[in-house]
Ligand binder design. Structure first.
Ligand code: NAP
Ligand code: HSE
Length: 448
């Protein structure tokens, strides 16, 4: 049987998972492909670390060039993370006309345009299934399975660490910091966990999904991004009382409603910006299927104009789940090599839209607002007055019984309002003397 040699750069959570999965299922994969996949080289950062990898020590190096430039290595898997050396690894391999598999969404987000251009120039394919949603084969779904659809909406729980934290805060009332440490211990979190909890990792993934769905490269700075640091157990409990669950969502919507409707123009090119690409925590109704996606699981709801609603669910982080996606790419890469299928993985060919992403200020949605206010007569009237002046309607109010004269939480559910208008109005509410802390505002997504 023909042997395809693999060179791995990175032998940590994901690289170790790939080696273990190949050890377990290599013969099965070989019989399915008619090709034998063998890891012949591995690069790590520190050679003297104790590791239990199924690879002889003389195959391991701390110089990634020895892997990438080894003429006997046919396919390179970049599983090290980061955006500097990893960029060199991928560029060097592509320039050598070697197919590259990567799990690195931060790299694609920062340098995707350049790397896909390099892949197109060299004729070598760049595969990235593991870069979004761990074990869920969502890249293949958008690139191949739904190719005949216009994608109308994507709503995804795409960060396992945040979902794990929010789930344990809801189910156990656990403290944010304790749960984050568990997520790190379990191998879900990025080396720099602020990438997870501040929403950047979800933004990297949402940008990749949006680019696939709409055919233009979405730049990270075009994606409005909020994380989950400001979400408290109090908000999670109030949301539950109202019939909602708080989830960090990556959202891509086309034809989004804006205050000026279809006539609104972007200043830059005077044409409509109908695509929303954002990441933020949102209240979603408990009846929506995404509300019951818990722990490190991810799920992505995709609505196509032909297929209708679809849902993809699975483990979004961790060694095994991610290794499964890397193996899928390695299998594709090996078959593409065997059959000489150059450029089988198309870069982001412009096929829709004008590269313009809607500003969040223009977007209209419902909101959950938590205020900390002094429990004394006339306070509600003043808050309602400020909101009414801004044309913002309250759909319901919860105020737990408090102690007269003390600060108590008040929850307002707000009717559809433009983002800029609600932010301005809450700025004015925050200045009222009875309001004792900055208002907390979380969007409500019904995902209809
Ligand atoms: P990790 O556990 O920190 O492993 C990183 C590996 O890369 C380590 O083996 C490290 O070597 C090696 N490395 C770092 N710098 C290197 C260099 N300059 N030269 C050679 N090797 C180097 O990270 P991970 O969790 O496996 O993540 C790897 C990639 O997969 C990242 O892009 C991440 O975003 C992505 N990803 C991770 C998950 C997940 O659940 N963890 C899921 C999907 C995608 P040492 O072992 O010597 O430190
Ligand atoms: N840190 C990422 C997460 C890993 O928690 O989702 C998977 O991409």
């Amino acid at each position: 049987m023909q042997q395809v040699n693999l060179g791995l750069v990175g032998g940590g959570t994901v690289g170790g998972g790939v080696l273990a999965a190949l050890e377990r299922n290599g013969p099965l994969l070989s019989s399915r492909l008619g090709l034998s996949l063998q890891v012949t080289r591995l690069a790590v950062r520190q050679l003297n670390k104790t590791r239990s990898l199924p690879l002889p020590a003389d195959r391991i190096t701390d110089d990634w060039r020895k892997v990438v430039e080894d003429p006997d290595v046919h396919i390179v898997a970049e599983l090290m993370g980061g955006t500097t050396t990893a960029r060199d690894v991928v560029r060097t391999a592509l320039r050598l006309k070697k197919p590259v598999v990567t799990a690195n969404k931060a790299l694609l987000s920062a340098h995707g345009e350049e790397l896909f251009a390099e892949a197109a120039r060299s004729g070598a394919n760049l595969y990235y299934e593991a870069s979004v949603a761990g074990g869920i084969p969502i890249i293949k779904v958008l690139r191949e399975s739904l190719a005949g659809n216009r994608v109308l909406q994507i709503a995804g729980i795409v960060n396992g660490t945040c979902n794990y934290i929010l789930t344990r805060m809801k189910l156990e009332g656990a403290a944010f910091e304790d749960v984050l440490q568990d997520a790190q211990r379990l191998g879900y979190a990025e080396a720099e966990p602020s990438l997870d909890i501040d929403g950047h990792d979800a933004a990297h993934k949402t940008g990749i999904l949006a680019s696939l769905a709409h055919g233009f490269w979405v730049q990270p700075q075009q994606i409005h991004t909020e994380g989950i640091r400001h979400i408290t157990t109090l908000d999670i409990q109030f949301a539950a009382q109202l019939g909602y669950t708080i989830k960090l969502l990556g959202i891509v919507k086309s034809g989004v409603p804006t205050p000026g409707g279809a006539k609104r123009k972007s200043k830059k090119n005077a044409s409509p910006c109908p695509v929303q690409v954002s990441v933020y925590p949102a209240l979603i109704p408990n009846s929506h299927v995404l509300a019951s996606v818990n722990h490190a699981f991810n799920a992505i709801a995709v609505r196509g104009d032909v297929v209708g609603d679809t849902l993809f669910y699975g483990r979004g982080a961790g060694a095994d789940a991610t290794a499964s996606s890397v193996l899928s790419d390695l299998a594709d890469a090996a078959l593409d090599l065997k059959h000489g299928s150059h450029r089988r993985v198309p870069p982001f060919v412009a096929h829709e839209g004008n590269g313009c992403v809607a500003s969040l200020d223009d977007l209209v949605s419902r909101y959950y607002v938590r205020l900390s206010v002094l429990d004394r007569p006339g306070v509600f009237a003043r808050i309602a007055g400020v909101l009414a002046k801004a044309g913002i309607g309250i759909s319901s109010i919860i105020q737990p019984e408090g102690h007269a004269g003390e600060a108590v939480p008040v929850i307002l559910m707000i009717h559809d309002a433009p983002n800029a208008a609600i932010r301005r109005a809450l700025g004015a509410v925050a200045k009222l003397t009875a309001v004792k802390a900055p208002p907390v505002m979380i969007r409500v997504e019904t995902l209809e």
